[in-house]
Write a protein that binds this ligand. Structure first.
Ligand code: AMP
Length: 618
């Protein structure tokens, strides 16, 4: 029987289900949807005006939580129990965050290496997933309040460089908030949709999305063709944003505050007050030339030229990231068609000017930079709701994915910057006779030796039927889905034995770690190549020794004593060379062993062939 949905609050017929788009930001979060009547994306505004929900949570001694604007005042007077920048904790361990502990005024709990970090507030501990779910829940409640209908499905955005663990954590946070997360979308992809770029399937575009927020900076190069969005490269810095400019202003003012400085430094409430005044000054100077205020019997002043000078080094860092992103994408600045401005910090006139002169063209800032990502998420949600069938979104993976092969080598199956979703399969085999198990270890990174990369997970393919080495055909498949979550499967094709796992790494990489791994990959390319060649030479030598030993054992009656002694000597020489780790000598001794064994191996083969022919009647 068909059901007729009725809104129980208003008593009216319920419109078709609305899927919301959520920008879960480090500083602020927003929720948006495509209006069923106007078909335009709109952000939801509480009381008709405020769309941003500060990503801040206050928890009191009884465990009561306040989220967003209500939590904001506690940032100044209850810093230990007011949690901000939760997004930086997503998918991270305590170890990942060790270098940044001073950044957080609340308490991070030291957990085991491979487990997610926790936050201690009074006697309770919270995971970043739980904390993010509080923010998502607040957004969901707001949306339900405004729309007067239940909201249960969402698209949530994440930075393009977020790894598996961080994406999975975001998904889990959504589920915990009672939201079915239909898609995790990259923020720059969402932003370009909001700018209306790519909505026409005929669009051919090459964009730079410059996203300068409160605590993070990202640059993404996107190409759009035939309605397909493709991230060509991403770069950025997760500890660089408008907050750093506020800090530079605070430092500048501090110099003029004499003895009062030490008192401010000691009192976290005073220092956070000063930081908020600095932010206020910065915002004001986006529209005015001069700022001045009296605080604690001191006069604080700042003008737009001074602000630009203080922000200059911070801005330069963002431009350096842009240079690297262009290099990675292998494109020339002149081929870009649009520069899109995203994030609150792009409101500053000198930021726009600097970025425009770097890219040598005017920037597009026509969309509210705070709302662009949420609006784009809403458009994606609308596509998923089946209202816009022409669009497809493709992104790239920032690091290579592969498995460990003999000698601890990294065999890349999905190279970095591959478009996702992507599925790659490759065949491998056993190296021992009768080998029944095969360990499949999955790694992420750019180095040739797996020990220098990051292990994502591993499993055992069991029950391979006994076969000589090299005969089983084990097909390993890596599937990276549209959310950037990895599935690995292995199947022995002759017997059908199979096993598969969804890689749910408990933890991910910090994005600086991603950068470091990329850099390490570039820096060590030559050294890695040499190491790979050595490992390959050793692997070949080992198998040559095994084969020769087996051959001698089997055919000892057909060999003379000199042949056996010479072969054993050549094996001993090769083993010695392996121990010394010299590739040239290993290859030389492998060849010598081959030269010694070749004549008698051929002789014995001929005998075998002759015998088998004699046995046959023609
Ligand atoms: P987002 O992370 O995109 O929400 O951006 C927040 C950052 O944008 C904070 O550092 C704000 O101080 C900054 N911001 C917001 N509005 C302005 C403005 N009018 N002028 C300068 N910075 C701003």
């Amino acid at each position: 029987m068909p059901t007729i949905p009725i809104n129980i609050v208003t008593g009216t017929l319920q419109p078709k289900e609305i899927i919301v788009g959520i920008d879960l930001g480090t500083t602020n979060s927003l929720i948006a949807f495509v209006h069923p009547d106007s078909k335009q994306p709109v952000v939801l505004k509480e009381y008709g005006e405020q769309s941003l929900v500060p990503s801040i949570i206050h928890i009191d001694s009884s465990g009561t939580t306040l989220v967003g604007d209500q939590a904001l005042p506690y940032l100044q007077n209850d810093t230990k129990h007011t949690l901000f920048s939760i997004k930086r904790l997503m998918g991270k361990s305590y170890t990942d965050l060790k270098g940044y502990l001073s950044f957080f005024s609340y308490q991070l709990v030291e957990t085991k290496e491979q487990t997610a970090v926790q936050v201690q507030v009074y006697d309770k501990r919270y995971t970043p997933i739980e904390l993010s779910s509080f923010i998502l829940k607040e957004l969901k409640t707001r949306a339900e309040h405004i729309l007067k209908m239940s909201v249960s499905k969402a698209v949530i955005t994440v930075p393009a460089y977020f790894n598996d663990a961080q994406r999975q954590a975001t998904r889990d946070a959504g589920a915990l908030a009672g939201l079915e997360v239909l898609r995790i979308v990259n923020e720059p992809t969402a932003a370009s949709l909001a700018y209306g770029i790519g909505l026409n399937p005929q669009d051919e575009k090459l964009l730079a999305v410059y996203d300068f927020g409160g605590g993070t900076f990202d640059i993404t190069i996107l190409s759009i063709s035939n309605g397909i969005f493709e991230v060509l490269s991403t770069n950025g810095d997760t500890f660089l944003g408008g907050d750093d400019i506020d800090k530079a202003v605070v430092d500048y003012w501090m110099k003029g505050l004499g003895d009062f400085q030490s008192q401010i430094k000691k009192d976290s409430n005073l220092s956070s007050q000063l930081r908020l005044i600095a932010e206020e000054a910065k915002k004001k100077l986006s529209v005015e030339e001069q700022f001045s205020v009296h605080w604690m019997s001191h006069k604080l002043t700042l003008n737009s030229l001074e602000l630009a000078r203080l922000a200059e080094p911070i801005l330069q860092k963002t431009l350096d990231c842009c240079t690297r992103a262009l290099e990675d994408a292998k494109i020339d600045i002149s081929s870009l068609t649009d520069i899109l401005m995203v994030g609150g910090s792009t409101r500053m006139p000198f930021v726009k000017n600097k970025v425009a002169s770097f890219f040598n063209r005017s920037v597009n800032d026509s969309i509210n930079p705070d709302e662009a990502v949420a609006l784009g998420a809403a458009i994606q949600a609308d596509i998923l709701a089946g209202n816009n069938k022409d669009l497809l979104l493709l992104d790239v993976t920032p690091l290579s994915l592969g498995i460990e092969t003999m000698g601890g080598l990294m065999e890349v199956l999905i190279p970095r910057n591959s478009k996702i979703p992507i599925k790659v399969a490759k065949q491998f085999t056993t190296h021992k006779d009768g080998q029944s198990d095969m360990r499949i270890s999955v790694f992420q990174g750019e180095r040739d030796l797996v020990e220098d990369n990051r292990k994502l997970g591993e499993f055992l393919l069991k029950g391979i039927p006994a076969m000589p080495a090299g005969l089983p055909k084990v097909e390993i498949t890596l599937l990276l889905n549209a959310d950037g979550i990895l599935q690995v499967s292995a199947q022995e094709l002759r017997s059908g034995v199979q096993h598969q796992i969804a890689i749910k790494p408990q933890l991910g990489l910090t994005d600086t770690a991603v950068e470091d791994m990329l850099q390490a990959g570039f820096d060590s390319a030559k050294q890695d190549k040499e190491m790979r060649a050595l490992v390959e030479a050793k692997t070949e030598a080992h198998s040559m020794i095994t084969l020769t030993e087996q051959f001698i054992k089997k055919n000892s009656n057909l060999l003379d004593a000199v042949e056996i002694t010479n072969t054993q000597q050549a094996i001993a020489n090769l083993q010695e060379a392996i121990a010394k780790n010299n590739k040239q000598v290993i290859q030389q001794k492998t060849n010598q062993l081959n030269d010694i064994s070749k004549p008698y191996a051929e002789r014995i083969m001929n005998i075998a062939i002759k015998q088998s022919l004699e046995g046959k009647k023609i």
